[in-house]
Structures are given as structure tokens and as C-alpha cells.
Design a protein around this ligand. Structure first.
Ligand SMILES: [Zn+2]
Length: 231
């Protein structure tokens, strides 16, 4: 299984990453279950949500939070802030950004589904501010596989919602650099740019058909699983 992850997070005892397409689409619950089984993570400990391209983040920091989560059926949100041990969270992406953000001591870890709509609603910045409100530790980040500036062509209406530093013009086409947009938000929230890791262009979901699903390329609902599990 190919897992795209950040060693800093793994070294903190946080099993995490974005799983490549070799297992199939994790939109299929049986496939998601198989992925967790092969990772040795109990499926019953994994929490899910209904992604809606907005900016809500669910806190799972205590047994009370977990009980509140379990007492409701539908969780419309696009991210997690987790500190409860032996608990895991997941999101699905296929071009959108799986953003991993954590305090350097590993106590708090956030995983957010950042599509362009979530990014213009400042979901990355909000995740950083939520962790900073809980701890003085420095923050670290990993921007997982997603559609990169080579392929993320947009029209003027979408481009106009992004900072100009993130816009690239090529042959009368407009592209947005989502890595850059996220880095700008995280640094404005006080994250040191040196602490933010991004993948190479080989981690563009749209270019790299062998390893990833891409909504832009394929137009299907197939999706990659991203997860965080705290030991
Ligand atoms: Zn690309």
C-alpha cells in the first residue's frame, strides 16, 4: 500500500497519511474497511463525516466530545481537531487537499479536507488558530497529494477569490497554486514556513493517474482516504 505521509507525524506516534489508489476507491466503505484492517487500526475507532466544502472543524478532545459525536447521525464538516488517544479520523479527497496540521509535541492534530471553497473560507487558517488556542507549541504541517498548479485551471470568478500571489497565467489560462494559498494562510496564523512540507509535482492527483484518483481528470466519485490515528 502506498501511503503519503510525513515522518515527523509518524515519529510522534500518530499513524497517518493519504492512501494511494492501489486498494481502490475509499468512497466504498468495504474498501475503506480493508485499508484500516491492513493497517492494523480498528475500524470501530475511526470517525467519519459528510464533507460539504465549508469551514467547520469537529473537535474530538475528550470522552465527552466523542460521546457528543456518537449521539448524532449526520456530521457535516470538513475537518477534525483530535487529541483523544486511541481514536482516529478520516476524510476523502480526489483533487482537494488533505491538510495535516499538528502541535510539535503531537498532542493536537488536525486533518482537514481543503477544496478551493474551503480554502477561500480560510479553513487552513482556522485549523491553525484552533490548535494555537489550545497550546503554545509550535505548529507543523504536511500538505498531502492534491491537484497542483500544473492542472488546477480555473475561470476568472474562482481566481478572483484567491490572493494574487497564488495565481499563475499560462497561455491565456489561469491556474491557482493551492499549496501557496495554504502556506499563506498558515504563515499568517503564525506557522513557520520551514515547518510546512509539501509534496512534489509527482503528487499532483490530476497528473499522476497511476497513484491517485482525480475528479478533474476522471469526473468520477472515486476518492482517496486520508486518516489520522492517535496511539
Ligand atoms: Zn498536475
Amino acid at each position: 500500500m502506498n501511503i503519503y505521509s510525513d515522518e515527523r507525524l509518524i515519529n510522534l506516534g500518530i499513524i497517518s497519511g493519504t492512501v494511494g489508489r492501489d486498494f481502490g476507491s475509499a468512497r466504498d466503505k468495504e474498501i475503506a474497511a480493508k485499508i484500516f484492517e491492513s493497517l492494523g487500526i480498528p475500524l470501530s475507532k475511526i470517525l467519519g463525516l459528510k464533507q460539504v466544502h465549508e469551514d467547520k472543524i469537529i473537535n474530538i478532545n475528550s470522552d465527552e466530545d466523542l460521546a457528543a459525536y456518537k449521539s448524532q447521525n449526520l456530521h457535516e464538516a470538513d475537518g477534525w481537531l483530535l487529541s483523544l488517544p486511541q481514536t482516529g479520523v478520516m476524510i476523502l479527497t480526489a483533487d482537494c487537499v488533505p491538510l495535516y496540521l499538528w502541535s510539535a509535541d503531537g498532542k493536537y492534530v488536525s486533518l482537514t479536507h481543503c477544496g478551493w471553497r474551503g480554502i477561500v473560507q480560510e479553513l487552513p487558517k482556522k485549523a491553525a488558530e484552533m490548535i494555537k488556542a489550545k497550546t503554545q507549541e509550535k505548529l507543523q504541517a504536511y500538505i498531502g497529494p492534491h491537484i497542483k498548479d500544473c492542472c488546477f485551471e480555473v475561470k476568472e470568478d474562482v481566481a478572483s477569490r484567491f490572493p494574487k500571489e497564488t495565481i499563475i497565467q499560462r497561455k491565456n489560462k489561469i491556474f491557482v497554486d493551492l499549496d501557496k494559498a495554504i502556506i499563506l494562510q498558515l504563515t499568517s496564523a503564525g506557522v513557520d514556513e520551514k515547518e510546512i512540507q509539501t509534496g512534489c509535482h509527482c503528487q499532483c492527483t490530476c497528473c499522476n493517474k497511476k497513484d491517485f484518483f482525480s475528479y478533474r481528470r476522471d469526473g468520477t466519485k472515486d476518492a482517496l482516504l486520508s486518516f489520522v490515528y492517535k496511539l
